[in-house]
Design a protein around this ligand. Structure first.
Ligand SMILES: Cc1cc2nc3c(=O)[nH]c(=O)nc-3n(C[C@H](O)[C@H](O)[C@H](O)COP(=O)(O)OP(=O)(O)OC[C@H]3O[C@@H](n4cnc5c(N)ncnc54)[C@H](O)[C@@H]3O)c2cc1C
Length: 428
């Protein structure tokens, strides 16, 4: 049986960062990855339907650039970063563009909404929809603002989301992007120093009762002094990995309090030269008239490409997740609602949609905390069996970077530091 100091389950941002830190400290590691390639939810592909253009299927933006560990790494590696698309904003009310006065009303309502949500007492933790109070039903912009902040950014509808968790993970600060996609950037920065990675190697069972941990895979078992598990809380909650003995009840409860939200990207490609008069990358969306209706927001012609990327999140994303055709239809209907019949002729019949919700290696986009569950992130991060078993990844962050790649990198390093300190108590 193969023996290593540390087995790392999952070669996404957290797993790669943990491996790099452990190897720099002289530990032997192996990364066990269910997919064929590393990167996890940071994945840059060139879908056939997009005619050669690349797409970040998952993460695209380096959020909170001021605190994001990947920003100095990219700079040191000479990898150019640029400000996120500077795009025109085109809001529709029904089938007509909003006036300047309506844009101003929307901005004012957003400020008022934020004031209400941020001004609520923190205890007891409630759900975000309750926290909004009467404004939610009285203000004509409230459905759009709620869909934007909860369903799209946090990938979950407001009634399911912890207010405390929402407030903590506001992602303030600058957003940057790589020139060739976030998935490629992550691999460029971390893969070379991450040591051996075994792909197509899903871990099925972790026996952590003894002095050493036994990690089972279809490619054989591995014996490790410690194991760091970085799979999503969706994968953990589905029971894809059996733990023997079962996980402590506090860990089980933390996983249950951190379900996965869903954000899907639905991409349509122009059939001809018509760009609907948009000469620069444009951010187009319609005001949402009723709470609970699906909300879509599009980035049209990013980087001068001939495609539009639609974003849909929360329940609306789960509703179309099993059926790419339904997702594409949803996006087409939205363009028709904005631009009428002209939009029908705009796009090619084929398109592309992401499938994070049904992909068994992820089962969602990123974690959110249920109301009352804001403590779950630190509970999941707590070392088990004197640090022989550790969880790490975006779901464990309590510094406001949960749900992000930068947060996952920091968390992989956190777990690595715990392992290093355990092996060498003088290392603190
Ligand atoms: C649509 C979308 C948009 C996003 N946008 C952004 C953004 O703009 N900016 C941002 O910072 N973040 C964004 N995110 C979130 C970001 O991608 C994640 O928070 C981050 O990549 C998570 O990293 P991780 O290492 O914690 O987990 P993962 O990347 O999920 O890594 C875990 C790895 O474990 C593997 N695995 C699963 N099961 C097993 C098993 N049984 N055995 C072995 N391996 C297994 C998986 O294949 C995966 O590679 C987005 C995510 C999505 C889905």
């Amino acid at each position: 049986m193969m023996e290593v100091d540390v087995a790392i389950v999952g070669a996404g941002a957290a797993g790669l960062a943990a491996a790099v830190a452990l190897r720099a400290a002289g530990q032997s590691t192996i990364l066990l990855e269910a997919a064929a390639t590393p990167g996890g939810r940071a994945r840059t592909t060139t879908p056939a339907a997009l005619g050669g253009a690349w797409l970040d299927e998952g993460a695209a933006w380096l959020h909170m650039a001021e605190h994001n560990p990947l920003v100095p790494m990219a700079q040191a590696a000479g990898q150019p970063l640029r400000a996120a698309f500077r795009s025109e904003s085109l809001m529709f009310l029904g089938d007509r563009p909003a006036t300047a006065a309506e844009h101003a009303e929307y901005d004012a309502a957003d400020t008022a909404w934020t004031g209400i949500v941020m001004g609520r007492p923190a205890e007891p933790d409630t759900d975000l929809a309750t926290a909004i109070g009467p404004f939610r039903h009285e203000n004509p912009w409230a459905p759009t603002i709620e869909a934007w902040h909860a369903s799209l950014i946090d990938a979950v509808d407001a009634p399911y989301l912890s207010l405390a968790d929402f407030r903590l993970n506001q992602l303030d600060g600058q957003n940057l992007m790589g020139e060739r996609g976030f998935g490629r950037l992550l691999r460029d920065l971390l893969e070379a120093d991450a040591g051996p990675i075994r792909g197509l190697c899903p871990v099925s069972r972790i026996a952590w009762g003894g002095d050493r941990v036994r990690v089972e895979t279809p490619q054989g078992a591995i014996s490790a002094a410690s194991v760091i598990v970085t799979v999503s809380t969706g994968v953990l909650g589905a029971g894809a990995i059996a733990f023997d003995p079962p996980l402590p009840s506090a860990t089980e409860a933390a996983i249950a309090d951190l379900p996965m939200g869903l954000l899907s990207k639905i991409v349509l490609r122009a059939a001809g030269e018509d760009r609907l008069g948009m000469t620069t990358p444009t951010h187009a969306f319609r005001r949402l008239e009723r709470l609970g209706d699906p909300f879509l927001s599009f980035i049209a012609w990013p980087r001068g490409t001939d495609h539009v990327i639609g974003f849909v999140g929360g329940d609306a994303a789960w509703a179309v997740a099993p059926d790419p055709r339904a997702a594409l239809d949803l996006a087409r209907r939205e363009w028709r609602a904005m631009f009428g019949a002209r939009a029908d002729a705009m796009f090619r019949p084929e398109g592309f949609t992401t499938d994070w919700g049904t992909d068994p290696h992820h089962l969602g986009a990123y974690s959110y905390a249920r109301p009352g569950g804001a403590g779950a992130r630190s509970a999941l991060a707590a070392p088990i069996a004197e640090g022989r078993l550790l969880f790490a990844g975006e779901a464990c962050r309590t510094d406001g970077m949960a749900g992000t790649v930068g947060g996952a990198v920091l968390d992989g390093r956190r777990a690595a530091a715990l392992v290093i300190a355990r092996k060498d108590p003088s290392h603190h």
